[in-house]
Design a protein around this ligand. Structure first.
Ligand code: AVJ
Length: 320
């Protein structure tokens, strides 16, 4: 019996010197900042999976319930035989549940953590022995442009961007990112999950859980930066902070220095006063109206959306 195996492509990686310089520039800024992409080393990806199991972290299960309730309606929008592009595929669990409904011609999983993706796709191939599976290791946060040829010219591309990861972009950056998706999705579309504005208490608990898993996820960024950038962050000197910035409609995560300290790297250092913060993540929250308007500005049309009964989360289908 011939068995398929996933194909892996490591997309062109941005120069590690440039990456390091960009990370250091963020550390030098006031307030200091680090890209949320530094959450996702192997441990960070597993910690994120643990977050999705927490009682306080509602997005994953709320979105899953929307897919379960409306998967058939979504499938009739998407249509069979598409090339299904999963942005930030991670453990591929969300796509795995939709694959039987969508019946795509090809499944393309894209994730920044390529080694984590390998494990997920080998497992997925065992469950779907006949499926054409491609894994792409790439940082698509700067551009969603896929390597040439992975979407055949006669294909109907459907992009899948669940989990409200679009919330990591500012609305202006989200608009240009989505315009970049639309440019590659001609004849197809985009299925995207969006977290909605809701009471502060619910939002803040979701990003500061009782067990401290989100705190560990946030602190793990320091270990990852130590490895990638060569900094000497001591995670025990920092405290996790999560707050809802209502004016900007976003959850912010920060790491706050517990005492005065300095962070050093080859060629420089930055001191932090006690209580001074390193901004690690924004997670924007939309209304259905504000997100529909954003999709339209990015060039999508005939948008449809399905909302959870508590109105905490929405999934949009947007035609390219
Ligand atoms: C993966 C960006 C959707 O913003 O909810 C979870 C990341 N950060 N808990 C989110 C995250 C802290 C997550 N996204």
């Amino acid at each position: 019996m011939s068995r398929r195996t996933p194909r892996f492509i490591q997309a062109h990686q941005p120069d590690s010197h440039d990456e390091r310089e960009a990370a250091i520039a963020g550390l030098r800024r006031t307030p200091a900042e680090a890209s949320p992409k530094y959450f996702y080393d192997r441990l960070g990806s597993h910690l994120f999976d643990a977050i999705t199991e927490l009682p306080e972290y509602y997005p994953t299960r709320t979105e899953a319930a929307i897919f379960a309730a409306h998967g058939a309606a979504m499938a009739s929008c998407v249509g069979g035989g598409a090339v299904f592009v999963d942005l930030g595929a991670g453990n591929c669990a969300k796509a795995a549940r939709l694959l039987p409904l969508l019946d795509p011609a090809r499944y393309i999983a894209v994730d920044i953590s390529a080694d984590y993706l390998q494990d997920s796709l080998l497992q997925l191939q065992r469950e779907h022995p006949a499926l054409d599976i491609v894994g792409i290791g790439m940082d698509f946060s700067t551009s969603p442009a896929l390597p040439a040829g992975v979407i055949p010219s006669d294909a109907r591309p459907v992009f899948f961007y669940p989990g409200s990861s679009i919330g990591n972009f500012t609305p202006a950056a989200a608009e240009s990112f989505l315009a970049g998706v639309r440019a590659q999705a001609a004849g197809g579309g985009l299925l995207i999950g969006v977290d909605l504005v809701k009471p502060r208490t619910v939002l803040e608990a979701a990003y500061d859980d009782a067990l401290g898993v989100t705190a560990a996820f946030n602190l793990n960024l320091l270990r990852h930066m130590n490895r990638l950038v060569g900094t000497d962050f001591d995670p025990t000197a920092w405290r996790h902070v999560a707050l809802f910035n209502e004016a900007e409609s976003r959850i912010e995560m920060h790491l706050e220095a517990r005492r005065p300290l300095a962070v050093r790297w080859a060629g420089g250092e930055r001191s932090f006063a006690a209580g001074e913060r390193l901004h690690t993540e924004n997670s924007y929250k939309y209304t259905t109206g504000s997100f529909d308007a954003l999709l339209q500005r990015a060039g999508f049309h005939h948008n449809r959306c399905w909302i959870s009964p508590d109105r905490w989360f929405a999934v949009f289908w947007a035609q390219a």
